[in-house]
Structures are given as structure tokens and as C-alpha cells.
Write a protein that binds this ligand. Structure first.
Ligand SMILES: CC(C)(COP(=O)(O)OP(=O)(O)OC[C@H]1O[C@@H](n2cnc3c(N)ncnc32)[C@H](O)[C@@H]1OP(=O)(O)O)[C@@H](O)C(=O)NCCC(=O)NCCS
Length: 211
């Protein structure tokens, strides 16, 4: 599913849930610290997908550590993004130069909990959220959430600062399965183009920011 919507980057995804220490580099194991089983599995599988994707770019296996704002620290000359949700983990990477930044986010294709959509949307989002277009998702609010998390992951490596859910709004093209994000705060990016797919119970959003 991921490689169907990536245009430049390379993606690796898994529905495997088996994970153990042997898939981690010691530095990754140390930086993860003590975590619950679910977090351990998602971290390990995310690193594994990332290393497989990096291998497709010809990058030697190496640890992918974590920055102080939880961002993955990619090898020099590479951009990428990692996502995990129940039963699905993925990573996507590209050469810096081919892309400036990437953001991917996966969510279950399920209704959002009550009240969340209101907290993460701007008035401009209400226009498409309340339209009768068929976005191909169970709950358009889930698409909003996933797209905004992908936006943050693509934004952060460029801006190196926080972006809140209400600091952006979306226009969605339900036919093309694309979206245009408008950033409403000052910064290095004012718009980002994204794509989405819904398949096998998963909504996935991708942003490949042109170099
Ligand atoms: C960072 C955030 C988007 C991650 O979401 P999540 O629910 O944990 O979802 P995912 O499992 O899909 O993604 C986790 C991965 O995101 C990546 N990530 C975390 N922080 C990041 C950052 N600052 N920049 C880039 N990627 C980041 C990491 O690779 C992480 O996986 P890892 O810890 O195993 O390496 C979310 O926790 C968050 O803080 N959201 C608020 C900001 C936001 O979304 N704003 C919307 C702007 S419109």
C-alpha cells in the first residue's frame, strides 16, 4: 500500500507483530530504555522497516537513534519517516536532494473517539469534514488526524519546532486521494502536498516534500 502512493521515496511496511532485541542495535536498545511491550514491538519493527528501506537506497545498516523531540535521526544525506499503529508498521526514506523531508502516518480505519475531531480541526476543515463527499474512510475525522500527524513529521525536520493541530487546515481531493495542507503560522513552509490511501483497515497519509 505504501509504495503505491510514494512517488519518490522507498517504503517498507509490515503487519508482522513479532519483535525481539536481535533486531535492534545496542545504541538503539539503550536509547529506548524501559518501555511497555507494545512500545518495544512498535519501536523494533519501525527500526527494522527503516533499515530495510535504507538498504534499498544502498545505505549501510546502522543505528537510527532518536532526537530530543522524538524525531528519528536519519543517516547523513537521507530523509525519512516512521509510523506504527495496531497491526501495521512502516517506514519511508529518500535521498536528501531528491526530497527535503518526509512524513508518513498510519491509523486504523475506525471512527475517532468523541470530541477529538473538534480539538484538532480549524473552521476551514469543517468545510470538507461536513461535506457529503466519499473520502473512502470510515470517518473523515480519522483522515484529518492522520494527515495532520504526517504534516507534523514532515514539518519538524525543516522547521525544527512544534506545530499544533490547529496550526494547519486541509483541502482534500476525494477523487484523487490527495490533500493540500495550509500552514497558518509563520515558518519555512506555508503549504504541503500529501496523498492518502485506505486499504485493509488502515488509513495511511504520506507527504514527500520536494527538495
Ligand atoms: C509526533 C507524533 C506526530 C507521533 O505520532 P504517534 O501517535 O506516536 O504516531 P506514529 O506511531 O505514527 O509515529 C511515531 C513516530 O513518529 C516519529 N516522530 C516522533 N516525533 C517526531 C518529530 N518531532 N519529527 C518527526 N518524526 C517524529 C518517530 O519516528 C516515532 O516513532 P519512533 O519513536 O518509534 O521512532 C505525535 O505524537 C504528536 O506529537 N502529535 C502532535 C503534533 C501534531 O501532530 N501536529 C499536527 C500539525 S498539523
Amino acid at each position: 500500500m505504501l509504495n503505491d502512493i510514494l512517488t519518490t521515496g522507498v517504503g517498507v511496511e509490515t503487519r508482522n507483530t513479532e519483535a525481539d532485541d536481535s533486531l535492534l542495535w545496542p545504541a538503539e536498545r539503550d536509547s529506548l530504555g524501559d518501555v511497555v511491550e507494545g512500545r518495544f514491538r512498535s519501536y523494533v519493527l519501525g527500526r527494522r522497516c527503516a533499515r530495510l528501506a535504507l538498504g534499498q537506497l544502498g545505505v549501510e545498516p546502522q543505528p537510527i537513534l532518536t532526537g530530543d523531540q522524538r524525531q528519528p535521526l536519519w543517516p547523513s544525506g537521507v530523509v525519512g519517516s516512521i509510523t506504527h499503529t495496531a497491526g501495521y508498521v512502516a517506514a519511508a526514506v529518500a535521498r536528501l536532494g531528491d526530497l527535503r523531508s518526509m512524513g508518513i502516518d498510519a491509523e486504523p480505519d475506525l471512527p475517532m473517539p468523541p470530541g477529538v475531531v473538534q480539538r484538532i480541526s480549524r473552521p476551514e476543515d469543517a468545510t470538507w469534514l461536513s461535506s457529503d463527499a466519499d473520502f473512502g474512510v470510515t470517518d473523515p475525522g480519522r483522515l484529518l488526524f492522520s494527515a495532520k500527524e504526517a504534516i507534523y513529521k514532515a514539518w519538524f525536520p525543516v522547521a525544527e519546532r512544534w506545530l499544533g493541530f490547529r496550526d494547519a487546515f486541509l483541502e482534500i481531493d476525494a477523487c484523487a486521494h490527495t490533500f493540500l495542507a495550509h500552514i497558518t503560522v509563520d515558518g519555512p513552509l506555508s503549504t504541503l502536498d500529501g496523498r492518502y490511501r485506505v486499504s485493509d483497515g488502515i488509513v495511511i497519509c504520506t507527504i514527500e516534500l520536494a527538495a
